[in-house]
Design a protein around this ligand. Sequence first.
Ligand code: SF4
Ligand code: SF4
Ligand code: SF4
Ligand code: FES
Length: 947
Amino acid sequence: MALIQETDYGTPIRITDKIVTLIIDGEAVSVPAGTSVMAAAMMRGTQIPKLCATDSLEAFGSCRLCLVEIEGRRGTPASCTTPVEEGMVVNTQTERLADLRRGVMELYISDHPLDCLTCSANGNCELQDMAGAVGLREVRYGYGGANHLDAPKDTSNPYFTFEDSKCIVCSRCVRACEEVQGTFALTIQGRGFDSRVSPGGMDFFGSECVSCGACVQACPTATLNEKSIIALGQPEHSVITTCAYCGVGCSFKAEMKGNTVVRMVPYKGGKANEGHSCVKGRFAWGYATHKDRITKPMIRKKITDPWQEVSWKEAVDYAAGEFKRIQAQYGRDAVGGITSSRCTNEETFLVQKLVRAGFGNNNVDTCARVCHSPTGYGLKTTLGTSAGTQDFASVDDADVIVVIGANPTDGHPVFASRMKRRLRQGARLIVVDPRRIDLVKSPHIQADYHLPLKPGTNVGMINAIAHVIVTEGLVNEDYVRERCDLGDFESWARFIADERHSPEAVEDLTGVPAADVRNAARLYATGGNAAIYYGLGVTEHSQGSTMVMGMANLAMATGNIGKPGAGVNPLRGQNNVQGSCDMGSFPHEFSGYRHVSDDATRQMFEAFWGVPLQGDPGLRIPNMLDEAMAGAFKGLYIQGEDIAQSDPDTQHVTAGLAAMECIVIQDIFLNETAKYAHVFLPGSSFLEKDGTFTNAERRINRVRKVMPPLGGLADWEVTMALSNALGFAMHYKHPSEIMDEIARLTPSFAGVSYDKLDHLGSIQWPCNDAAPNGTPMMHVDRFVRGKGKFMITEFVPTEERTGPRFPLILTTGRILSQYNVGAQTRRTENSRWHEEDVLEIHPFDAENRGVLDGDLVSLESRSGEIALRAQISERMQPGVVYTTFHHAKTGANVITTDYSDWATNCPEYKVTAVQVRRTNRPSDWQARFFEEDFALKRIGPDVDAAE
Ligand code: SF4
Ligand code: SF4
Ligand code: SF4
Ligand code: FES
C-alpha cells in the first residue's frame, strides 16, 4: 500500500459544456471554458511550478513562479490567473522562463531556514519540490540581510503549529480560511517585507480559528503543520475511509505508519466534503487508542460486583445463556436490542437480524428514536420516503436558505462552510431558532430574518408562514395541481387560511413580530429556489412529526421539491443515523422502511433467514424501559449506545436499566449505561473495521479498516458470535457479504455492492435498476408516494408548561468541539475548548436571580436538579436558557422530561420548564454520580491471571 496522492491542478476545475482548445508546448488540449492555463497544462500532465496556487482556492497570482509565454502576448503572464482561450499557444518550458523561476525561488530561499533534513515536512514540502523543479543550485544573497528567521513559533493550538520563520506569505492559508472554511480568522498584517500571517494579532488558540485544518492543508511549507506529523514523522501509506462523527459523512485519507494513524487528511474525492473537514474528523481521532479503551470482554453476575475479565467465548456464551434463560423464564418478548447510529450499516443490520431472527421478536430500536424518528415519519407520510430530498451540492443552487432548529456551524460544520459560501455569493437567509446562532451574523453573512421563536411553538410558526403563502396568493398552483393530491391540498389550504393561523394571531404564542414572519414567508415563496435545512430543534418536540410535515407542506405549496437548490433537508446528527434507520432498526420496520406486518415482505425475510418472524411491531426504547419497571422486560443487548446519558429523564432510564437481569453492552469505553450492565463486549472504532455509513444526503460511503480491532474482533464479528451462541447461525466472512444480503432484501439498496462503491466512490440510495448509479435528488418528476400529500398540522401546545415554580424554558444543543455524549471527543484535546457544559442565560434573567457570569447555578425541573456554571449571553432570549449534554457529570438529561413526539416517541429535549438559582454545591444526583461512577465501573482482578 502506498500514500494516495491527489492531483493538484493549481486552480479550481470548472464545470461547463463549453470546451476550449489551445496548444500547450506544441500539443492540443481541450478543456472547459474558464479553466486556467495552469490547470489546462496539468490536465495534459505538465506541472507548471507554483507556490501560491492550489486547486481548492481561486487563483491569487502573487508568487510569480508560474510564469508562461503566450504567443502574441507581451511579457510572461502568470498561468494561474490566465484563463484559456480558443487557439491560444502557450509555452511552459523555455530558458527565459527557467531563469525567471530560478530567480523567484532564489529570493524565497534567501529568507528561509534551510533546515530541510530536520524539518517535519521534509519529503512533503512544496517549497522543497519547487526548488528542485526549477533547478535551483545556488542562492547568491546569503543570510546577511533582513530576514524572518528568528520569528517566534505559535504552538498554542492543540493540533497544529505555526512556525512563522518558514512562512513564504503565499496567503494560501488566509484564503483557505476565507474561501473554504468561511471563518476569516487569518489576515496578512503589515506591508511588503513586513507582511506576516496573523490570526487577528493573537495566538491561534485565542483567535477566531475553529481548527478546521483548511489552512494546514493549504500551506505549501512546514509553517502550518500537524503536531502529529512533527511527533511521528511523514506517513507511509494511506487508506480512504469515512469520518465517524456527524451526518455530513466526510471522506478522509487515514495516513499511516504501520498500524499507527499519523494524520487524517480530508479527501478531495469525497463527494460529501470535497476535501474539507472540521476539527472533529480532522484532528479528534486520538480516542481510538485512548488508555480508557476496554479491549477485554468482561462479565459480572450483579452490577454491584466488580467486572471480571474473561475470554471472548466465555463472555459470549454467558450472554447467550442469560438471554435464553430469561426468555425461558419470562417469555420470548422479555429481551430486545438497541442498534447504534455510530456503527456501520452492516453491523446495524446484523443486530436487528439477531433480534428478529435470534430472539424471535421485534424488540429492536435505535438511538434515532431520540433524534430524527419524526423525520422518518413526517417525510414518509407527505413525500413517500423517510429521507432528505437533496444532495449537499444542491445548496449551491439555493437562492433562499431557511435554517430551522439547526446550528450547522457547530453541528454540521463542513456543510455549514458550503452553505456559508453560497450565502456569501448572495443567497438570502432565514433563521428560525430561539437562540441567536452563529449563522445569524458571521463574517460577511447576515440573516435577512431571524425569527427567534419561543421553544415549543414551531408548529404555530410554520402554520403562520404557510398562512401568509396561502392567503397572499403565493402558492405555486401549477406545481400543486400537477404533483400533489388536490383534495388533500384543498383541505389543508382551508385549514391554514383560517385567521387563527395568521402571524398576527400567533404573535403572542411564538413571540416573533408578525411583520417579520410575513416578510420571511414572502421571501421563501418568491425568492427563487428555496431550501429548508433543519435539525433536532424541529424533531425533538412533542409535535416533531407535525413540524416535519408542516415543512413538507410548505415546500410542496411553493414548488420547492424535486429541483436543485430546494428541498426539505434533515441535517442528521450522528454519522450513520440515516443508515441505522434504513437498516430496519425500528421495531415496526424491516430494512427499507417496510412494515413488519406486510406479509410479502415478511415472507421474503423468513425465506431468506430460514426462521418464522413476528408480524407485530416490538417495543420502542421507552416502552422497553417501562416494561422493565413493570417486571416484564429483563434482557437487553446494546451496541454502541449510551442511553443512560443520551436519553431523557435519566432517573427513569436508570431505574429501568437497574430492573433488568442481563444487560450486554458492546462499546469501546465503559459508558454510563455500562454501570447497569452484566456483560461488556469490547467494541471497535471506525478505524478498526470495514463497512459503510450513510450520511444525511443518503450517501453510502465506505468505511475501511486501517488497523486491527484492539479487542481482536470487529463489531460485526461479535454480533455474529452472539447470534451463533444463541442458536441462530450467521456465517459471514466479510462485511461485503452482509451488504450483499442487504441489497438482496432491500429494494432501495438493490444495486449496491462493495465493488460498485469502490468504483463510484459513494452511492446515494435508491440504487437499483431504475437508478444504477444512485439518486442524488429525490422526487424529481413525481413524489415517491405518487402524489404529494398535504397534512393538517394543528398546533397542540406541549404539556410541559412554565409557571411560578419553573418559569424558564431550557433548550439543549451541541457545540463544535464536542460530539454527542462526548465519549470520544472528551478523550481528545478538543476538551480544551469545552471542558464542561455551561448554562447560557440572558442578562435579564441572570440579573433577576443575582447570577454572575461563571457562578455555579442550580438548574431544576419537575424531573430533577443539576448544577453547572452560568454563562451570561445575549444569544439567548429572556425566559429561555440553554445547555449542552456532552459531559456525563453534568447530567443534562436528569432534568429533561419524558414527554415525547406523539407519533414516534422522540423525546421532547428542547422544552423543559426550569428554575435557575445560585448555589454553592453539586446537586444530589451529581454527588451520587461520582460515587457510583467509581463503584460501578470497578474492574476486578483478571480471572485468567488469577488462575
Ligand atoms: S484552522 Fe480553519 S479556522 Fe483556523 S485559521 Fe485555519 S482555516 Fe481558519
Ligand atoms: S502559513 Fe503557509 S500558507 Fe500561510 S502564507 Fe505562510 S507559507 Fe503560505
Ligand atoms: S463535518 Fe462531520 S463528518 Fe465532516 S469531519 Fe466534521 S464531524 Fe466529521
Ligand atoms: S502560482 Fe501563479 S502566481 Fe503563484
